[in-house]
Design a protein around this ligand. Sequence first.
Ligand code: GDP
Ligand code: MN
Length: 384
Amino acid sequence: MKIHEYQAKELFSQFDIPILPGRVAFNVEEALSIAGEFGLPVVIKAQVHVGGRGKAGGIKVAKTFQDVEVHSKNILSMEIKGLPVKKVLIAKAVDIREEYYLGLTLDRDARLIVFIFSTAGGIDIEEVAATSPEKITRVNIDPLFGVMDFQLKKLIYDSRVDNDKIKDILKIARKLYECYIAVDASLAEINPLAILTSGEVVALDAKLIIDDNALYRQPKLEQLREIGDDLDELEAEAQKLHLAYVHMPKDKRGSIGVMGNGAGLVMNTMDEVTRAGGMPNNFLDIGGTATPEVVEASLNHILKDEVVQGILINVFGGIVRCDIVAEGLLKAYERLPRKVPIVIRMTGTNEDLARELLEGTPLIYASSTEEGACKIVELVGRQN
Ligand code: GDP
Ligand code: MN
């Protein structure tokens, strides 16, 4: 889960990472009043879940109140990489002497955490890695031991940082690690970590991605998730129900609901639906141990989109027994708030029993994914 810069900065400051005071504005009036409070000049920063806002014109320094008005109006009506800007962060503007990069993320190859530091801050680290990799230093951290001083020194000493600033940066690095662990982040990034003309070292930007799998133990952070930012309403609701559900993007969304056990199987089922001339409405993975409760909750959830006119279910009976799934489905079908044609492709343990159970019921059996896809498209009508 991505969170906004202003939210990440709030968390950073709870860990004593120095940031500059700022507040969020949703309109020009709020922007002006916050600027009045902080005093000019201020920097106006688009709050959207993408990087490179600076380059896209989403970050502007305002020296006068007229600047504040013009820039905040402009930025609030922008789209950056397809995302509409709904709010801006107004923060005290500062004079920057140097910009560094400091980040923490998971190193999947090493199976460890990795600290990354670069003297080339303010630009995307990917770009630095491509053009001047010698400016990047890395050190792996074993989460069981935690971060040790010599590791941080190794990270910073090889670069050309002023001696008197090294201490400040090391302190921030230690805090950033604390924060990364405490909030279950998969990425924590300060770019730029700026040395101001006043000599202060501050996090001018803040990026945090929280591991979705840890959200159950980060209830405060889960509340930061915003509907409309990267989840639509049904997806947000699915998350609360602990369903792995993705609503297809509006322009590619059809009327065939799809669910199955296993992400690969569901994706394959969606492909088959498309190949058969239909358009899937969603992706829903009910997981390996599909209980009747989960199956019923999933069907109910898919049907919440009124556009759905039929559902294709694809179950591989490895861990689950097909007859148990079939029984659960029959019971669930009776209770459904809205009846639509349902085709079920089931294979695996007790598949024959399942087929018998479904015979003569409104639930239609299919023996292969392809056959299931063709049947549901026949019932709902071709869409592509
Ligand atoms: P990003 O482009 O989305 O990564 O946004 P950043 O927050 O990193 O800002 C991009 C650049 O804007 C920074 O590298 C700075 O050079 C500049 N910037 C951000 N805040 C300030 C500020 O308070 N004062 C000045 N002078 N420049 C700033
Ligand atoms: Mn940045």
